[in-house]
Design a binder for this molecule. Sequence first.
Ligand code: FES
Length: 152
Amino acid sequence: MSTMYTDKVMDHFMNPRNMGEVENANAVAQVGNPVCGDVMRMTLRIDDDDRITDIKFKTFGCGAAIASSSIMTEIIKGMTIDEALRVTNKAVTDALGGLPAQKRHCSVLAEEGIHNALRAFFEEHPERSTPERLELLAKAKKRRPEDPHAVA
Ligand code: FES
């Protein structure tokens, strides 16, 4: 049976990595897509050296959203805050070997989840935020479409 999804998407959908909730998380966000109703929760543990030592997700949504969150956790785990802030939804679709056009917004949800978790972390720990970090968050937010389904 042929599928519009790559083997990589199917693999991450059938065997999601890092699913669940980080117990001692200090950066948490839940994002939703109002159009399709999908919900994604990201929990991260950031250590004193700004490194993301643990990350888990819970996604209620389509296969592409589950695969996007799963691979996003693999990409982000072990990165520093500054590296993670530069990870876009394109990195997710590239790592998955592509997503069908009508499913690209699912990868945007994963980017938004990480960014919102980092924003929540900076709000909780203002001493860990810098103007450059906040600017990266603001730029990415501007780049993300208002209606995620409009992703080209
Ligand atoms: S269909 Fe909307 S996140 Fe997948």
